[in-house]
Design a protein around this ligand. Structure first.
Ligand SMILES: *Cc1c(COP(=O)(O)O)cnc(C)c1O
Length: 454
């Protein structure tokens, strides 16, 4: 063990030192070498140190440098030093976070981190919470709690009887709903296609006055924020309208946007989200915890527990919070430790600074691109920027060339009928020089591509 831990420490140091200077997307030869891992399974055991050495030799150069400062694809955060170290320590501890009895330390860290999270995210202090793999499963768990609560109020026990014969639930989403939310609905038997879609404005925000008159049981799913534009649905108005009808539930998909609540400068964007009934967010996005780490919160913990626990026995067990009563899994890794470590290391000020810095950096991208004559397609209110470099073809070529160039990495997206490059600034590792270097690469490539006739 000693030797392999030393080997590991050396290669981790080397990898992290290199991540800031190498091509962000792995070069073709590194990808081609992945074949070296495709070997027939040996009959004989292999020395663990050789296993690690081969992984590092072949695997490390083929990674995407998303833990570095110039990765702006999707919405992908880095790993804070304390959170990464806590993740490694959690691996050493090898705790099963299912029950207090299986790991008192994992259960205790979840309790504390949960309380901290509710406070920094501006959610009700008595809400229930669960540590899941990502926002997809957080949406799933929050919507399962919603399904439980609205059907129970309609006199139906969905956990016991399933959906066959149940009163129908009206499910409302915005036209700009994230695919993961539809996936969660489909897994819950609520259906992707039977949802009521509400139109959105030019930033992708749900138009509150287009929500139909609801008759419960009903679940309305809103966003904080849109994955492309970073715009927030008007939670205040939507919650007021929806809760005016009986037996209704508002669920918030706040995968990255909910973290705006942690900054006094940006908290106005989430105004009203605290009035909802359940919330989903990611710790692996803006909190910069390592993968995988999502969080679900439900106003009344008993609704989450009723939907997630293996049996109704949760009602009669001891007084300690049992982690597995709040998530789909039973056995799982102790994610609470990284979330606890990330929050403890940043403090309220550090978290607010991270959010504000990334937003300021996104604005810098937008200003630099607009000043050079390229069209920024969204109001940059948060950390997301959408830019067009001309027609669809040119924009696609610029994205492809930028990805090959390796200075940074951005992906493509569709926004209100247009093809765009999406920039998401979500990492503690991103310093202002990373923005200047990446902006220079974007402008250099965009000029060359606009000059070259398609
Ligand atoms: C990223 C994202 C999700 C999905 O999160 P995962 O962590 O990938 O499961 C859901 N909704 C929104 C708005 C997102 O940005």
């Amino acid at each position: 063990m000693d030797e392999i831990i030393n080997d590991f420490a050396a290669l981790a140091r080397c990898y992290l030192a290199g991540v800031g200077i190498r091509h962000v997307f792995p070069a073709q030869p590194a990808l081609a070498r992945l074949q070296a891992l495709d070997i027939p399974l040996q009959d004989e055991p292999v020395d663990p140190r050789r296993v690690l050495a081969l992984l590092d030799e072949i695997g490390s150069p083929a990674t995407v440098a998303s833990s570095g400062g110039r990765y702006f694809g999707f919405v992908i955060g880095g790993s804070l030093p304390a959170a990464l170290a806590a993740n490694l320590l959690a691996g050493v501890w090898d705790q099963n976070a299912c029950l207090d009895a299986a790991s008192p330390v994992a259960a205790a860290l979840e309790r504390v981190a949960g309380r901290w999270l509710l406070s920094v995210l501006g959610l009700p202090p008595t809400a229930g919470f669960g540590f899941v793999t990502g926002a997809t499963m957080a949406n799933f768990a929050g919507l399962a709690a919603a399904r439980h609560a609205v059907l129970r109020q309609a006199g139906w026990d969905v956990e016991a009887k399933g959906l066959f014969g149940a009163p129908p639930i009206t499910v409302v989403v915005g036209d700009e709903v994230h695919v993961s939310l539809l996936k969660a609905l489909s897994m819950l038997g609520l259906g992707r296609d039977r949802v009521v879609r509400v139109s959105v404005d030019d930033q992708g925000r749900m138009l509150a006055d287009r929500i139909p008159m609801l008759q419960g049981p009903a679940i309305v799913c809103i966003q904080a924020a849109n994955v492309n534009s970073g715009a927030f649905d008007p939670a205040d108005e939507i919650c007021r309208r929806v809760h005016a009808s009986a037996n209704t539930w508002v669920h918030v998909d706040g995968a990255f946007g909910l973290w705006a609540a942690a900054s006094p400068r940006f908290a106005h964007l989430v105004r009203g989200t605290g009035q909802a009934d359940s919330w989903a967010t990611d710790a692996h996005k803006w909190l910069n915890a390592p993968y995988d780490s999502g969080l679900v919160f439900v106003r009344k913990p008993e609704h989450l527990a009723a939907a997630m626990s293996a049996s109704a026995a949760y009602l009669t067990e001891g007084t300690n919070r049992e982690p597995c009563h709040f998530v789909p899994e039973i056995s799982r890794r102790a994610r609470g430790i990284e979330v606890w470590a990330a929050l403890y290391s940043l403090g309220r000020k550090g978290l607010a600074e991270l959010v504000e810095r990334n937003c300021r950096q996104a604005s810098r991208f937008a200003r630099g691109l607009a000043a050079a004559g390229y069209e920024v397609l969204n109001d940059v209110v948060l950390n997301q920027v959408l830019v067009s470099f001309g027609n669809e073809d040119t924009t696609r070529r610029v994205i492809a060339r930028l990805q090959e160039d390796g200075t940074c990495w951005c992906g493509g997206t569709h926004w209100q009928g247009r093809t765009a490059m999406r920039i998401s600034v979500s990492s503690w590792r991103t310093v202002d020089q990373d923005i200047e270097d990446s902006l220079a690469a974007m402008l250099r490539i965009a000029r060359a591509e606009s000059a070259a006739k398609p």
